[in-house]
Design a protein. Sequence first.
Length: 75
Amino acid sequence: LQEMLTIKSDDVLGRANAYDAIIRGLPFKAPHLPASFNVLVSELKSLGLSIDLVGTQESKEDKEGEDKYKTEITR
């Protein structure tokens, strides 16, 4: 679970944004979905679980291009 919540090496956009924020001395933005998350969703779907990505309400930060997602797992 910890790896799903941190900026991972396969999250190219998140890694680039984190590097840019470090260089400019700005706060980090929320990371994007890593490729491993998509693999996890595919594996869960193969087990018969329905996984839907649902966007959260737009905030001021979302309007600046930051993506925030939550997941809903249904049976």
